[in-house]
Design a protein around this ligand. Structure first.
Ligand SMILES: Cc1ncc(COP(=O)(O)O)c(C=O)c1O
Length: 447
């Protein structure tokens, strides 16, 4: 790749040249040369409705023309009130209050602080630590990064991070207990209880879990019995359960929330990404009424200032996205298309580079390994997942690479999370391009 020095933008990857995106059309992004790319991951799980859905564009433009901003220290707005009601209607029962923010990171940051303030209000000032899982990703800000378990993301900033406990994820392909699901009964969940006892439950404020992981763990699902048991453990130790549904929420798995499969009602759900339809940066913290009650009982507000909390355009976009999903019956669409994506990608499990294919709904991940039998990961220096993603992009399909999931350094995943409006031929195009990409990279590394 050539280094482009003629740009004023501090690009994500300074070692590559970027094409200029100029248009979007359903699941396709178009660059300035007219080249069309199938957006197989909605960018980074954001474009869940595809690109530039007209109804959402109109709703946001219409609102922008009427009122672009009203400080939430002075006013509420009709879109903010409407979004709160809409989210309450689709959320697990009891999650009735909405704190609207501007990203997944700030949603998780707010959740961390909400949990702390809740315990303060109830006379438990020592409850400050959040238990999370290794290889998880909860965001880039320091609180969210402290909860994050992904080592490549944490490593440069370790000196700034809070000392929070981490436990193994339910990573069946590399089971730390050498057991097999479902016979194991999700026994790895007991590590949560163990960590709580080790650190002392009086110091633990919350447990945060991604029901289906996005990047580093490549669409790793959390078994329903694991979530149910985690809920019990939290209840027993007066610990809040936060579900990070930034990737898995809003229909990605065919239901509004991935946790519906388990029947578990968390204390807090965080959302972001697709809730803004790609029009606005957004994050949402959905709070259970019983948590809010503690604030109300003490007459105390949440001590957390943000200029853009509850922003009227974010709320407008959120409402329009939910309407769009309902009007077009996109949850049903995900339930129909998900198995097709799963079947097409599942067939790639036979490829020499592919150790496992996993996922739910329209969220699938391939774990790439150097040796299928021993499950040995590739050396990170080989950048295998990046190579596969770059090869797929050469065939006009955009996917996401994840790394570090196997041992904190090595471990390669490739993730597909297409917009819900993807068509069946486009699913075939995605799978074909990924198969070709795997072939090309396998040939390059002599496998
Ligand atoms: C599960 C999860 N939580 C939180 C975040 C952070 O969201 P944002 O990038 O909007 O801050 C991400 C981003 O990828 C994510 O995947």
């Amino acid at each position: 790749m050539t280094l482009r020095n003629d740009t004023g933008v501090f690009h994500r990857n300074i070692a590559r040249a970027y094409q200029t995106a100029v248009a979007g059309d359903g699941a396709v992004v178009v660059d300035a040369n007219g080249r069309r790319y199938l957006d197989g991951a909605g960018g980074v799980f954001v474009a869940i409705l595809g690109h530039s859905p007209a109804e959402v564009a109109e709703a946001v433009a219409d609102q922008a023309g009427k009122l672009n901003f009203a400080y939430t220290g002075d006013f509420t707005t009709e879109p903010a009130e409407r979004l709160a009601r809409k989210l309450e209607a689709i959320a697990p029962s009891g999650l009735s209050k909405l704190w609207l923010t501007t990203s997944g990171s700030t949603a998780n940051e707010a959740a961390l602080k909400l949990a702390r303030q809740y315990h303060l209000l109830r006379g438990n000032p020592e409850k400050t630590k959040v238990v999370s899982r290794w290889h998880s990703y909860h965001g880039s800000t320091l609180g969210a990064l402290s909860m994050t378990g992904s080592m490549p993301r944490r490593r440069p900033y370790e000196p700034y991070l809070a000392n929070f406990p981490h436990v193994s994820p339910p990573y069946c392909y590399r089971c730390p207990l050498a057991l097999t699901y479902p016979a194991c009964g999700a026994a790895c969940v007991e590590e949560i209880e163990h960590a709580i006892r080790l650190h002392g439950s009086r110091y633990i404020s919350a447990l945060i879990i991604e029901p289906v992981a996005g990047g580093p763990l490549g669409a790793l699902n959390t078994p329903p019995e694991y979530l149910r048991r985690a809920r019990e453990i939290c209840d027993r130790h007066d610990i809040l359960l936060i579900l990070d549904e930034v990737v898995s929420g809003l229909g990605r798995t065919g239901t509004w929330f991935a946790c519906e499969e388990s029947g578990v009602v968390p204390d807090i759900i965080t959302l972001a990404k697709g809730l803004g339809g790609g029009f606005v940066p957004i994050g949402a913290v959905m709070v259970h009424q019983r948590i809010y009650d503690a604030f109300e009982a003490s007459g105390t507000s949440f001590v957390h200032g943000e200029s853009f909390t509850g922003h009227v355009l974010l709320a407008t976009a959120g409402c329009a996205v939910i309407d769009y999903i309902e009007d077009r019956r996109l949850l049903q669409q995900v339930r129909v298309l998900g198995p097709r994506l799963g079947a097409r990608l599942g067939a790639l499990a036979a490829h020499p580079l592919v150790g496992e294919v996993r996922g739910r709904g329209l969220l699938y991940g391939l774990e790439l390994v150097a040796d299928k039998r021993s499950r040995k990961p590739f050396d990170r220096a080989a950048q295998i997942s990046e190579q596969v993603v770059e090869a797929a992009a050469r065939h006009d399909v955009l996917l996401l690479a994840g790394n570090g999931g196997a041992d904190g350094i090595n471990g390669d995943t490739v993730v597909a999370a297409p917009p819900y409006v993807i068509t069946e031929p486009q699913i075939d195009q995605l799978a074909d391009a990924l198969a070709t990409a795997l072939q090309e990279v396998a040939a390059r590394v002599g496998m």
